[in-house]
Design a protein around this ligand. Structure first.
Ligand SMILES: [Zn+2]
Length: 246
């Protein structure tokens, strides 16, 4: 079974057709990530409708800035209320791509979601664009144990720190063409790896409309880079998934 731990199924085109394909290609688990309150509700419905789909609820760091503290606390209450249907907390984190006066607020919101993930004992799926070190420092400070760094592109010393902490890196389809992701997949022990598509973004062949079906590209590339059989990569990652998500 193949597993996609990070995508945005709610905004993929023709979801019924994608699920049909997913079933043919043995993709057994798809974690769709929420980025704001309306999306969290949508993916809850998708998870009800399709047995492969799991629900990760969170607020994307940039979307969070548009909400008041009260609205964020309300959403945290909603997630807590639905904890039995929630597989992970995410997509949450910090994004320093754009110069912003709101960095302190992003950190404050991120802390709330880390605390929620610890309270509910669910993994946290972290977005850390241009704020890789900051994210790791806060996660370490709050003693988070179940962590997936999604699409991580920080320095290699930080990658080693993630693996020392026993956290996970989810390898996106860009591993097909990005030397940086190839280096991560090569050097980091398979026991710290998961795979993702970030669909509909980040098509492995740089085409449009990525789907969870393409998670197979990450598996294939990891097998090639680590000189392993694809079957063994599949088994190892399934084991990692159950170690982290149960
Ligand atoms: Zn994402």
């Amino acid at each position: 079974m193949y597993i996609d731990v990070h995508c945005h199924l709610d905004i993929c085109k023709d979801i019924d057709k994608i699920i049909e394909e997913v079933r043919k290609k043995k993709i057994g688990i798809i974690i769709s990530n929420g980025v704001k309150p309306s999306v969290n509700r949508k993916i809850l419905e998708l998870a009800k409708k399709y047995k492969e789909v799991k629900c990760s609820m969170g607020i994307y760091p940039i979307d969070a800035l548009a909400l008041s503290d009260g609205e964020i606390d309300e959403e945290i209450k909603f997630i807590r209320k639905n904890k039995d249907k929630v597989t992970a907390i995410g997509e949450v984190g910090i994004d320093y791509k754009e110069d912003s006066e709101n960095w302190d607020r992003q950190k404050k919101i991120f802390r709330k979601f880390i605390n929620l993930s610890i309270e509910l004992n669910k993994p946290i799926i972290v977005h850390s664009r241009k704020a890789e070190k900051e994210c790791i420092e806060i996660l370490e400070e709050l003693n988070a144990k179940k962590v997936v760094m999604h699409c991580f592109s920080g320095k290699f010393s930080l990658i080693e720190r993630i693996s020392r902490n026993g956290w996970f890196l989810s390898i996106p389809g860009n591993v097909n063409h990005s030397e940086q992701f190839q280096n991560i997949a090569k050097k980091i022990d398979i026991k710290n790896l998961l795979c993702e598509t970030d669909a509909p973004y980040l098509h492995p062949l740089k085409e449009r409309d990525n789907t969870p079906v393409n998670v197979i590209y990450s598996y294939k590339k990891i097998a090639e880079l680590k000189n392993m059989k694809i079957k063994d990569v599949e088994k190892a990652i399934e084991k990692n998934y159950y170690r982290l998500f149960s």
